[in-house]
Design a protein around this ligand. Sequence first.
Ligand code: ZN
Length: 160
Amino acid sequence: MAIRSIREIGDDLLRKKSRQIEVIDEKVLQLLDDMYETLKQTADGVGIAAPQVGVLKRAIVVDLSEEDGPGPYKLINPVIKKQSGEQICREGCLSVPGKLGDVVRPKKVTVEALNEKGEKVVIKAEDILAVVLSHEIDHLDGILFVDRADELFDITEEEE
Ligand code: ZN
């Protein structure tokens, strides 16, 4: 495994649409492992998408396990199949350092994806997990949370 460098806002690659993964080969598995390791070495990251490490493939890693939440999830070609309700969450992003913004997200989502073995997984998520999944899947379409937030705030030491 290796830690990969994280692309930051202003980098054109973050604005591109990622490609479907057709074959789950060594390269894809390595990518997922590296994304997981890269996520784990951040102070407070709970999710990461492949474009953030410079790869335009539809893969995300989400891990809320440190807050007694679910995870880690390593998901290939994730799609939001159903969503309902609304919640406002103050979000940040590893690619937008030092900034937070309030974003309206669905309260519940049903996500379908493939796992590392190529098996179909269905995740029924609500609250924070629904937010993180929506945020990471947005990355695969070149969307950043700043596009959805009316206003951005600087992260104060307190919040950090
Ligand atoms: Zn992000």
